[in-house]
Design a protein around this ligand. Structure first.
Ligand code: F6R
Length: 603
């Protein structure tokens, strides 16, 4: 978690560098927003401002600062130590010579803290990051690259760091291991960021730091050293950044903007997939080389996308498929055949648990295929092949368009690879119905808003579904709890009678996702059982489901001509809207819900 941003300009021309740094940080807030801080060097002294809460709380501090030539900043998602100013970054050493921002976890920080203490150095915060700061200062004897090499060599864990030292007023030092850090260069500025989208330039040359590399950055040049301290030539890539993608446009929240973007993204994915031969040439050999087992690895919403698509893989490709939560899989020993193909799904490509599980799989010499949104992210660099979902930057912490784009891409991939041409052609010819269903849904949001108003008065929710509607219910339940803080659980509808039905009473709402034609009759019976126990029911079901309409307290009808495999897409979007409108009623911070961060780079 946490976002790092830095910028540096020629001192005679530099203007409002602190404001520029804060603007970069604001674009990284999705990575954490518990506290924020910024540092610079003024007249040979370290200057630092810190605050709890979001980056904008720093605005008032920097209005009167003079033009400085460099700045580093941080937006924090608390891991070690409470949310407080003391624990906010940047951290400084005892002599206040250097200032450091850190993203990641120093696993052996307790040991290092003890060693520092033995040498008379006491940390004042509760963070692992201050230990690293003090350690670097301890090893600094005039050569910062050497100090960094020695300190970082002692570190176990992950880090992306940026630091400044009062003796080097024109330099930002940076390094990373298992955490993203990219340096962008344009005509007048060099910037440093956890994510390319925070860069202010429209076109920038980017240098991605690899593990353990150390960079020394001045306004003129970027010098990169390997872990032995030898200079290293790095290739730049050219980045084109669209500033519009970072604005809400006419929408009150990024989440709503991103919900609406799904319609255009779906059409784009379908068109690209059906016409892009290169893509097919790349994928086909991977799946056709004796793959006898598929292992899908992911977390959160990406895991739900994997679950939904797994039944389609088994039905249309006849390949046994297991979907595993990355944080669990990391510490398990799955029985895998030597022809297992691992598919890692991640919007950010930086989720620590997913990366950890993928590394284990790579150690077993099995191929890993990534489905990712963020270009150049760590996952895409360690996977053997990557398919990008091209959903555009997802700013809202709560995933919507990335989830649906993952689902769509994987489903189209399965359709492309299936030998069941009859089924394939039926589904393909049905894709237009999916587009129409999206049109219908996005033009009927007022009804969902009304239902959300009514049900926002309740405090407990069950989301139920059968077959692919069960993982869809899991995703819907996650959306609701994430942005409204209401208690919700997802259950397979048929399992209710094995225990959970004991919870049903007039205060617990059941939200039924009835989009699976195959099991429509079955879920109808489950709803009757819930109704008989006075449980309020809101059903999302296909138009014409008369019986469900009679049983449920409220119904939201969706088109009834959807293929069972594609219903999860439409029903998920309907439930994203439901969660969104409940959150509006609850007045929560929709784009940045409490306790969360967009990419989870810690375990
Ligand atoms: C939920 C959500 C999270 C992410 C999860 C995995 O709305 O956003 O559950 O899906 O943290 O993140 P990625 O896909 O970046 O690996």
């Amino acid at each position: 978690m946490c976002g790092i941003f830095g910028c540096i300009e020629e001192s005679s021309k530099a203007k409002k560098i602190l404001i520029k740094c804060l603007n970069g940080l604001k674009k990284l807030e999705y990575r954490g927003y518990d506290s924020a801080g910024i540092a610079s060097i003024e007249n040979g002294r370290i200057l630092q401002y810190k605050t709890t809460g979001k980056v904008h709380s720093l605005d008032k501090n920097i209005i009167n600062t003079k033009d400085l030539s460099l700045a580093i900043g941080h937006t924090r998602w608390a891991t070690h130590g409470a949310i407080s100013e003391k624990n906010a970054h940047p951290h400084t050493d005892t002599s206040k010579s250097l200032s450091l921002v850190h993203n990641g976890i120093i696993e052996n920080y307790k040991e290092l803290q003890y060693e520092l203490k033995q040498n008379g150095i006491h940390c004042i915060s509760d963070t692992d990051s201050e230990v690293l700061t003090q350690l670097i200062a301890y090893y600094f004897k005039g050569n910062m690259i050497k100090a960094l090499q020695t300190a970082l060599d002692k570190i176990e864990g992950s880090f992306a760091i940026a630091l400044i030292h009062k003796d080097f007023p024109d330099t930002i030092f940076a390094s990373s291991r298992d955490a993203p850090l990219v340096i962008g260069k344009s005509k007048n500025t060099i910037q440093l960021s956890s994510d390319v989208h925070a860069f202010s330039g429209k076109t920038m040359k980017a240098t991605f730091l690899a593990d353990n590399e150390i960079a020394s950055i001045t306004h003129k040049e970027i010098t990169v050293y390997n872990e032995e301290g030898k200079k290293k030539e790095k290739e730049d890539s050219v980045l084109h950044i669209d500033p519009k993608q970072h604005s809400k446009g006419p929408y009150p929240h990024f989440m709503l903007k991103e919900i609406f973007e799904q319609k255009i993204n779906f059409s784009k994915s379908v068109d690209t997939f059906l016409t892009n031969d290169n893509l097919h040439h790349e994928i086909r050999p991977i799946l056709e080389t004796n793959t006898d087992q598929i292992l899908i690895i992911a977390c959160g919403s990406s895991y739900h996308a994997g679950l939904i698509v797994s039944s389609m893989i088994e039905e249309l490709l006849s390949i046994p498929t297991q979907v595993r939560i990355a944080s669990e899989l990391r510490y398990q020993s799955p029985a895998l055949t030597k022809n297992t193909l691992a598919i890692a799904i991640s919007q950010s490509g930086e989720t620590c648990d997913t990366l950890g599980a993928v590394k284990n799989i790579k150690n077993k010499k099995l191929p890993v295929f990534a489905i990712c949104n963020v270009k150049g992210s760590t996952l895409t660099r360690i996977a053997d092949h990557t398919l990008y979902i091209d959903a555009g930057p997802e700013i809202s912490v709560c995933s919507t368009k990335a989830f649906s784009a993952q689902l769509t891409l994987l489903q189209l991939l399965v359709l492309h690879l299936t030998k069941d041409n009859l089924k394939k052609n039926i589904i393909l010819s049905n894709l237009t119905s999916v587009k129409h269903a999206l049109d219908y849904l996005l033009s009927h949001t007022a009804k969902i808003e009304k239902l959300a108003k009514k049900y926002s008065l309740y405090e407990k929710f069950f989301f139920i579904g059968r077959d692919v509607m069960y993982p869809t219910a899991m995703e819907a339940s996650l959306k609701l709890k994430e942005i409204t803080y209401l208690m919700s659980i997802a259950y397979p509808a048929g399992e209710m009678k094995h225990g959970p039905i004991a919870l049903i009473d007039s205060k617990l709402v059941t939200i039924a996702l009835c989009g699976n034609e195959k099991t429509l009759g079955k879920i109808t019976s489950n709803l009757i059982e819930i109704k008989s126990r006075n449980g309020p029911i809101l059903a999302f079901c296909p138009k014409g489901s008369k019986e469900i309409e009679e049983i449920a307290d409220d119904t939201f009808f969706l088109p009834n001509n959807l293929d069972d495999f594609f219903s999860p897409l439409i029903y998920s979007i309907a439930l994203q809207l439901f969660a969104y409108f409940v959150a509006i009623e609850k007045k929560t911070d929709i784009d940045q819900p409490r306790n969360l961060a967009k990419s989870v780079t810690v375990e």
